[in-house]
Design a protein around this ligand. Structure first.
Ligand SMILES: [Zn+2]
Length: 313
């Protein structure tokens, strides 16, 4: 990394902290939408770590993780640089929505384009202005649509280097997850940058345990990268090669008998889907040993709806 890095025509030297605002677009009301990016550089050169929250605008836990780290000065490294973007999708954040005003999902719009939709423009801005500077990044997410996630880091086990970073990050669960086309993670991998996706809680809710785990894991990774000297206590993450969603076989009211993070045995009762008029109850049983890493919190379900995200080996 050179002594001076330049982002959006702002020069940031070693030992400097600067806040940069990208003007992304203008709303129909003439209101300008800016994307604030914070850059914290140590006086000593070293790795560059990106922290992004709110790529999906209604997923607030990542925003809160970065906010607390900024507040406590944890983003100021002893060595290297932290680039922090607490809210990537400002539009969605304002509206309590996952996507952009046109309904597009930024995480399916990479690598983006300068003249594309707002989602593509935001993706393009990240790939052009930010990603060339970084070595690795953490993209914080939550479950969507009433589905809550147990704190977990998702990584492609086929990429040994990224997997080693996930092990250093050491969230309570490390889950093998293939690359989704046009996702941020996939676009970063094509540029040989390592991006870890951390998931916890559900949209529009703050998940205290997951926020604390997210901060601790980020500090563990920073220590592993040599960016900070202080060491955060290590834990023993569960590592899973596979996961699947157990789906409802019928419409009705879903009652879960399990909680996030629960270890499951084969043939264990996971929950029931009940007829709302009191006629029938359908039991859902576990087909193998594993762990609950995601749970649908919306009781009204249709046939085929995702109920329980189940990780196993
Ligand atoms: Zn998300």
């Amino acid at each position: 990394m050179p002594d001076i890095i330049s982002i959006n025509n702002t020069r940031i030297g070693l030992g400097e902290h600067k806040s940069i605002s990208f003007n992304i677009a203008r709303l129909p009301t003439y209101t300008q939408i800016d994307l604030p990016v914070h850059v914290y550089r140590s006086a000593i050169d070293g790795p560059v770590l990106l922290l992004t929250g709110g790529l999906h605008g209604d997923e607030i836990n990542g925003t809160e993780i970065i906010r607390r780290m900024v507040r406590k000065g944890l983003v100021i490294p002893d060595k290297g640089t932290v680039i922090a973007i607490p809210i990537v999708n400002i539009y969605g954040f304002i509206q309590n929505e996952r996507g952009l005003p046109d309904g597009k999902d930024i995480n399916r719009s990479f690598p983006g384009s300068k003249n594309g939709s707002l989602a593509k423009l935001l993706a393009y801005t990240l790939m052009k202005e930010i990603i060339p500077h970084i070595d690795c990044g953490i993209d914080y997410h939550t479950g969507g649509a009433s589905r809550a996630n147990y704190p977990q880091v998702r990584v492609d086990f086929g990429n040994t280097e990224t997997l080693n970073l996930a092990k250093a990050f050491s969230a309570p669960v490390i889950l093998n997850s293939g690359l989704i086309p046009k996702s941020f993670r996939s676009a970063c991998q094509k540029k040989r940058k390592h991006l870890l996706v951390y998931e916890t809680g559900e949209s529009l809710r703050l998940d205290e345990q997951g926020i604390k785990e997210g901060i601790d894991s980020t500090l563990r990774l920073m220590h592993y990268l040599g960016m900070i000297s202080s060491k955060t206590e290590t834990n023993s993450p569960r590592i899973f090669e596979k996961s699947t969603w157990i789906r409802s076989k019928r419409a009705g009211l879903f009652h879960s008998k399990v909680v996030l993070g629960e270890e499951l045995n084969k043939k264990q009762l996971l929950g029931t889907v009940n007829d709302p008029y009191g006629d029938n109850e359908t039991k859902i049983l576990s087909t193998k040993n594993g762990m609950v890493i995601g749970l649908n919190n919306c009781p009204v379900v249709n046939k085929g709806d995702a109920l329980i995200h189940f990780a196993f080996n």
